[in-house]
Design a binder for this molecule. Structure first.
Ligand code: GLA
Length: 413
């Protein structure tokens, strides 16, 4: 297969794609800087690949239970510039980290070091063990995706790196295979037992659309987001750190719930197969905590399907109500929110022009997502910035984004 050739277009009319506090270059300016940097570092003209971060509109902590999710790719990308080397080395420079690392493709072994290069090493390692023999490469990486704020900067790094390394080796792999290899890299090299959502949307995102994914069959449906709606991402400025913060614990809790319920429901293959009626009937088999975790998963899957119906009919108000229910369930049953994130949701809810608000991503801090009318986006943003800072002393970063396309090669612009 050949990778889609994308031309970078950042819309600048209206509030779309406008960053508020970021002073970093974005879009064309970033690409210019990346090319210049590459020439300086390696004396070569690179090919450039990119992959987006994501926001999840609804369907949280359901992907690793074989359930349903509804993310959208963001117009915030990680870019990887690459040129071939004659040997089996990878020289990798990260502009955001200001560091270089040097890897030997023949010496890559699984395991986490905690360094950002785990993601690059992991993707290279999994490509190789999946039967894709890579060529050596010089790489330079730059990102617009805020790090550690729940917008999947790690998936964007993995997918853009995979795209660059495979293309540099003249290897074709379909986007779903790329997503699966990147997920495996995160499991085996970053030791974060993530589901498939982030890598999948980074590969398959479509401009103007959310993507409802069945995480068991990997079938998906693209759902148009009404043109007047903006994706507002509010960073609570409380850092999330999944691997150490309880993400893996939640996975264990789901597995425990599944094991207990499968004793009495032998037909189930995952929590996705459990109904509310069955859960209530067998609640006495679960501890109160595990019961709550399972209840979140069961109700959240149901909400995703209903929310998809609402989006299909353009009923953004109904969609917003499902978002609110999702947030409450994540806060009370799954217990992955924080007081700051709850406050950010509370401050947004009910404001004129806000259709829905909830935490997004794995939780334990990070961002909230608001669906906001374009006409009100800037005033909502200003009010949230002021009110949140007044209540917490934290200055939030608020981005107004649109749903964008997935990973690909960049045509010269
Ligand atoms: C993280 C993981 C995803 C998903 C979400 C929660 O983003 O990487 O796979 O589990 O948390 O919905």
């Amino acid at each position: 297969m050949s990778y889609p050739q994308l031309t970078l277009v950042r819309q600048t009319d209206g509030p779309i794609g406008k960053t508020v506090t970021s002073k970093e270059p974005t879009g064309a300016a970033l690409l210019h800087k990346l090319r210049a940097l590459f020439a300086e570092l390696y004396g070569a003209v690179p090919a450039i690949y990119r992959a987006p971060g994501r926001v999840n509109l609804i369907g949280e902590h359901t992907d690793y239970n074989d359930g349903f999710v509804m993310p959208a790719a963001l117009d915030l990308y990680t870019y990887v510039a690459v040129s071939p080397r004659p040997d089996r080395r990878l020289r990798v420079y990260s502009e955001n980290m200001g560091e270089t690392c040097d890897l030997d493709l023949d010496l890559i072994r699984p395991g986490r070091s905690g360094h950002w290069s785990d993601y690059v090493r992991g993707v290279a390692g999994v490509c190789e063990t999946s039967g894709y023999r890579l060529h050596g490469a010089d790489l330079a990486i730059m990102t617009e995706v805020p790090l550690g704020s729940g917008l999947s900067s790690s998936a964007a790094l993995e997918v853009s790196t995979a795209w660059a390394l495979l293309s540099n080796s003249q290897i074709s792999a379909d986007p779903t295979t790329v997503a699966q290899m990147c997920q495996k890299a995160e499991h085996v090299y970053a030791e974060m037992r993530c589901g498939i959502m982030d890598q999948f949307i980074s590969c398959h995102g479509r401009a103007g659309h959310a993507l409802m994914l069945d995480c068991r069959s990997l079938e998906f449906q693209l759902l148009p987001i009404p043109g007047h709606v903006r994706l507002m991402l509010c960073n609570s400025m409380v850092k999330h750190e999944h691997a150490t913060s309880g993400y893996n614990t939640r996975r264990h809790e789901c597995e425990e719930g599944f094991r207990a319920l499968s004793q009495v429901l032998p037909g189930i293959r995952a929590l996705r197969d459990v109904t509310m009626v069955e859960l209530e009937k067998h609640a006495d088999r679960l501890s109160p905590v595990i019961y709550k975790r399972v209840r979140h998963v069961v109700t959240e899957n149901d909400r995703v399907k209903k929310a998809a119906g609402a989006l299909e009919t353009g009923d953004v108000a109904a969609f917003g109500r499902f978002m609110a229910d999702s947030h409450h369930s994540l806060r009370d049953d799954y217990e992955v929110s924080t007081p700051e994130v709850d406050l950010m949701v509370e401050l947004a809810s009910g404001q004129k022009g806000v259709h829905g608000a909830r935490m997004t991503g794995g939780g334990f801090g990070g961002c909230t997502i608001n669906l906001v009318d374009a006409a009100h986006a800037e005033e909502v943003q200003q009010r949230l910035e002021q009110n949140y800072e007044a209540r917490t002393g934290l200055k939030p970063t608020i981005l107004i984004c649109q749903a964008s396309g997935g990973a690909g090669a960049l045509a010269e612009i």
